[in-house]
Design a protein around this ligand. Structure first.
Ligand code: SIN
Ligand code: CO
Length: 404
């Protein structure tokens, strides 16, 4: 069973985490996060059997999933093709060195949403998705670097990972429109990862993974907003609040030293005024929450099925768990006690409010925990299930992986 029911609690309690080789989250964050790679053997043994290559390729054939194929020896070197793919394409690629990559597989497979709970030492708004790749022997996406942190988890098969050095815009690259391919990667690490092994790669570190056999690799990928975008959000929020009517005032100004100058005292006065605008209490929280809680896919519309309180009670009796919709982005702003989802504030009944922090801790809630909640909370959940924000899934003790 992939799910460790205490994964979130263990992260937050700073307990030794087996999937980080026994490191505590605080130790990992202090010594490795955004700094250096970490290899852990057998971190997630169940990934060996979670998904079959065929299931991943079928996902790449659907309209909903975002998928790509990279062919090293394709029509041009490192040819990138965008999905969805016709089911015959895999046969036609025979003899080529290719990799199929599917984004956000956690949106479709509840055990992969559970997997994300093991990374609760970083807040959910920093997590992007779980991408899964399938490669034929010799398949690779080339030596490259990414802008974001990634935990590479080996599923079935074996992949040889080589790590290079820290890269940046000056690093010599192969000419390629879409991939940040490194021209010549010096190798500082060279290991073969087998089923269940984990390799953390910090942003900017060159890496190159070559399939040794048919293999699946899971990438738990993070995201980081650009500071320029953050500034735009904050400025927009300030302008919404203040408008553009306020004018610069300079009562008591000193004599200029030159009539054509933009003097230091004017610049300092302007900067001080604008800085005070940026120091409004809660400005950053209210400006950033809608932005950081946007769903990964901006055209995403959750789809639910009508669920009454009685339906929910019956499902809980049958041992059905509830999973927070993995395709929605959930954000709890603790200072204002505001719950944001997919860019919008969610107003909940007063009786539900005290339960919200717990409902937003961990992605899955067991039937037993839910059954003990007051009726008002279950009623709200039934409505929220109907709207598609909670997925009824087989209980963690069941052998099934899919949603029910
Ligand atoms: C892969 O799964 O082939 C590539 C993952 C990565 O390099 O980030
Ligand atoms: Co990469």
């Amino acid at each position: 069973m992939l799910l460790n029911p205490t994964a979130v609690a263990d992260c937050l309690a700073d307990a030794p985490l087996p999937w980080l080789g026994g490191l505590r989250a605080s130790e990992f964050l202090r010594d490795y996060w955004q700094k250096k790679p970490l290899l852990v053997r057998n971190a997630f043994p169940d990934l060996a059997t979670l998904l079959e290559p065929d299931e991943l390729l079928e996902l790449a054939e659907t309209e909903e999933a975002e998928s790509r194929v990279i062919v090293e020896d394709g029509a041009e070197p490192w040819e990138v093709r965008q999905g969805p793919f016709h089911s015959t394409v895999w046969r036609k690629l025979k003899g080529k060195k290719w990799t199929a990559l599917v984004q956000a597989v956690d949106h479709y497979l509840p055990p992969l949403a559970d997997l994300l709970d093991h990374f609760a030492f970083v807040p959910e708004w920093r997590i992007d998705d779980v991408m899964v790749s399938y490669a034929v022997p010799g398949g690779s996406v080339g030596a490259h670097f990414d802008q974001y942190d990634v935990f590479l988890l080996q599923g079935p098969g074996q992949r040889r990972w080589q790590l290079g050095e820290q890269c940046n815009d000056q690093t010599p690259r192969l000419e390629h429109a879409q991939l940040r391919l490194i021209a010549d990667m010096p190798v500082s690490f060279d290991e073969i990862l087998g089923p269940g092994d984990l390799l953390y790669v910090p942003p900017g570190l060159g890496h190159h993974g070559v399939a040794q056999s048919e293999c699946l690799t899971y990438s738990v990928g993070f995201r980081a907003p650009s500071l320029g975008h953050i500034l735009e959000q904050v400025v927009d929020a300030v302008l919404l609040d203040r408008g553009t009517e306020h004018l610069y005032g300079d009562a008591g100004r000193a004599l200029p030293t030159h009539p054509a100058e933009l003097g230091l005292s004017d610049v300092t006065m302007l900067a001080t005024t604008l800085q005070s605008w940026l120091q409004q209490p809660l400005l950053f929280q209210t400006a950033l929450a809608p932005f950081l809680s946007e769903a990964k896919y901006d055209d995403y519309e959750p789809e639910g099925e009508p669920c009454t309180l009685a339906d929910l009670r019956a499902a809980l009796n049958d041992g059905i768990d509830l999973l927070r919709d993995p395709a929605s982005r959930w954000l709890w702003e603790s200072q204002t006690q505001t719950f944001w989802r997919n860019g919008e504030v969610v107003t909940v009944p007063d009786a539900v409010k005290p339960h919200l922090p717990a409902l937003l801790t961990g992605r899955r809630h067991s039937a037993a925990t839910l059954a003990a909640l007051p009726e008002a909370v279950l009623s709200w959940l039934a409505d929220d299930i109907s709207a598609g924000f909670w997925l009824p899934v087989d209980g963690a003790n069941s052998n099934e992986n899919g949603s029910s």
